[in-house]
Write a protein that binds this ligand. Structure first.
Ligand code: CP3
Length: 341
């Protein structure tokens, strides 16, 4: 079906656009009271992820309420460890928790390589969302990067330092590669399933990229992300590696179409490092949205000028924080949409 608003896809492919497209990481959920109502109604986060009709409803909410140029499908990166054999729980106001973690070679052998059909609730949610949107905006599919997923499989929960996961890389590098390889294969199957279901573009989230050294990052993360983007030839791939300022040049040479920047990464320097053949995404500090309207406007316009009119997708440098006011979020989006170069 032809899209009425394909700004995001054109920007990702490097084509000219009338204005800069915008979507926000963590736009589905968190800040919207409308989301919380649906979440309460179905009994919690995981139930919502696993109920395609409702996951679709909250994926579309930010398109209707905030006016973003794409819907990201409501799910989580942790569906992959679960499909491989490590179920997770989402504990209220604490975050994810895994009963079983990976400690040994035998634990890795027990994991299965996930198929898209193991996560059918999300591919179904994409199908329903595509149908309901009826071509209004594109749908973004996503998965976690293998290193970020490995971190949760080893640590069993979030961490400030990810020192257990890093210890595993230093002490058991062969096992780490064996595990990363299984996660990579699962992720490719899953993303291909999302694309078959209708995802128009996919993003790989490497949320914990910034805890690794440049050498470790290249060996244990970037090469697996590149393997994923090499095998996704159907749609553009966005790579968002939070904190990995040292990997911009390497991603610039990879097959992805778009590179996400966080707010620590200088915009001009990033353009030079990645070269002219990539689109950049980002990169406002989500905390800017706590500021007053005038401050938001001037910082947004400064950001847009630094990126320039082409090969830019506006976003934040990481996900929205839950206590951000909806009006400020909408104002940021409208400032981008109304800006004239
Ligand atoms: O972006 C979107 O709006 C789509 C949905 C989405 C969620 N998680 C829903 C969610 C996406 C793309 C994710 C990705 C995700 N999940 C990442 C990578 C992005 C990032 O922020 O770095 C990570 C690291 C996770 C793992 C995860 N899920 C954690 C650590 C937590 C608890 C803390 C938190 O962020 O709230 C979650 C829960 C989660 N995933 C919520 C949502 C809306 C909050 C649950 C709720 O309150 O309903």
């Amino acid at each position: 079906m032809k899209l009425q608003n394909d700004l995001l896809l054109r920007a990702a492919r490097g084509e000219k656009t009338e204005r800069t497209p915008i979507w926000l990481m963590r736009q589905a959920g968190r800040i919207l009271p409308e989301y919380r109502i649906v979440r309460e109604r179905c009994g919690g986060f995981k139930q919502l992820v696993e109920t395609p009709e409702l996951a679709s409803e909250v994926s579309i909410q930010p398109v209707d309420i905030l006016g973003v140029d794409a819907a990201i499908i409501f799910s989580d990166i942790l569906v992959i460890p679960e499909a491989m054999g490590l179920p997770y729980q989402m504990i209220e106001s604490t975050g994810p928790w895994f009963e079983k973690t990976i400690q040994s070679s035998a634990d890795i052998d027990k994991l299965k390589i996930a198929e898209a059909s193991d996560i059918q609730y999300t591919t179904d949610a994409i199908r329903i969302t595509k149908k309901a949107l009826n071509g209004r905006v594109p749908v973004i599919g996503f998965a976690g990067a293998p290193w970020t997923i490995l971190s949760y499989m080893i640590e069993g929960k979030g961490s400030k330092t990810f020192s257990k996961a890093k210890k595993f890389l230093y002490t058991e590098p062969k096992l780490a590669h064996k595990l990363l390889d299984k996660i990579t294969k699962s992720t490719i199957n899953y993303l291909k399933g999302q694309i078959s279901a209708g995802a128009d573009i996919v993003q790989v989230f490497d949320s914990w990229a910034g805890v690794l050294s440049p050498e470790q990052y290249s060996e244990f993360s970037a090469r697996y992300i590149s393997a994923i983007s090499d095998s996704i030839t159907e749609v553009p791939v966005i790579v968002f590696a939070k904190g990995a300022y040292f990997a911009r040049k390497e991603f610039g040479k990879s097959s992805c179409s778009v590179i996400g920047l966080d707010w620590n990464m200088d915009i001009e320097e990033s353009r030079t490092l990645v070269g002219p053949g990539k689109t950049l995404q980002g990169n406002m500090d989500p905390c800017l949205l706590y500021a007053d309207f005038d401050t938001i406007k001037s910082a947004t316009e400064k950001m847009l000028k630094a990126f320039g009119p082409h090969r830019h997708i506006a976003n934040l440098g990481h996900g929205l924080y839950p206590d951000t006011e909806k009006d400020k979020v909408k104002f940021y989006i409208d400032t981008v949409k109304n800006f004239k170069f």
